[in-house]
Design a protein around this ligand. Structure first.
Ligand SMILES: Nc1ncnc2c1ncn2[C@@H]1O[C@H](COP(=O)(O)OP(=O)(O)OP(=O)(O)O)[C@@H](O)[C@H]1O
Length: 217
């Protein structure tokens, strides 16, 4: 559970959002929607602990969970000299104790995740050879392995083809069914209505938060 109490977000003490009050329940699946510049990414970064609140607070009454955060594609380095397999393998790190080696079982899990996102043929490619959609598939394979209780995704389906988007939505739904809490920034309102039970909608200096059908009515 994540509790927001008069939480105002922003940069260098300049508030850009209204103060939020409310709760993301454990195991919930929430869309954050709103026009460009309304502060969706800033809220996500504040929830992830990357930005400090301008005022108010974010609290975790059940203890701070392990967080997986997927920034917008443009913020990621696509040139880093690693293979798809290497990047996906990093998803196992949280589960490894410092004395443990990468076992056969871990290896099998990595291959399973790569297969699930349809990247087996590209597993040994370096990541600079991937298209935007393939890159996003790779990051979702890593997310699957991470099994983080709280998953924050910033526009994960933007700029990718329909088939890839459908595949990644199904991976996201799998994480939801596994009991993970997901908070996802996105612009596709039909997808929000179809797949997200809860929505937080930002407008200029106010917001609506609750059941998607009511918020998006
Ligand atoms: N590093 C920064 N320093 C100062 N202001 C910033 C910074 N990053 C973003 N902003 C400003 O904060 C406001 C909210 O930005 P944010 O990226 O959270 O909006 P958004 O709703 O996610 O927009 P989009 O849909 O375009 O991604 C914008 O006015 C933006 O210019």
């Amino acid at each position: 559970m994540i509790h927001l109490e008069n939480l105002a977000t922003g940069y260098r003490r300049q508030r850009i959002s209204p103060p939020f009050n409310g709760t993301f329940h454990t195991g919930s699946l929430t869309a954050i929607v709103g026009a460009n510049g309304t502060g969706k990414s800033t809220l996500l970064k504040t929830l992830a602990g990357i930005l400090p609140p301008v005022s108010g607070q974010v609290s975790f009454p059940e203890g701070r969970p392990r967080i997986a955060w997927l920034p917008q594609q443009a913020e990621l380095d696509h040139q880093f000299p690693m293979t798809v397999f290497d990047v996906v393998s990093m998803g196992c790190w949280p589960a490894l104790r410092f004395w443990q080696r990468f076992s056969r079982q871990h290896m099998a899990q990595v291959w399973q995740a790569i297969e699930q996102v349809g990247l087996v043929d590209m597993a040994k490619n370096t990541i600079n050879t991937l298209s935007g959609g393939q890159f996003q598939r790779m990051l979702f394979a890593r997310l699957l392995l991470q099994q983080a209780p709280l998953v924050l995704l910033d526009e994960p389906f933007t700029g990718i083809d329909q088939k890839t988007a459908e595949l990644l939505v199904s991976v996201m739904q799998q994480m939801h069914h596994n009991g993970q809490t997901l908070i996802v920034v996105l612009h596709d309102s039909s997808l929000v209505r179809r797949c997200f039970p809860d929505t937080l909608r930002l407008e200029n200096q106010h917001y609506q938060w609750g059941n998607t059908l009511e918020v998006m009515a």
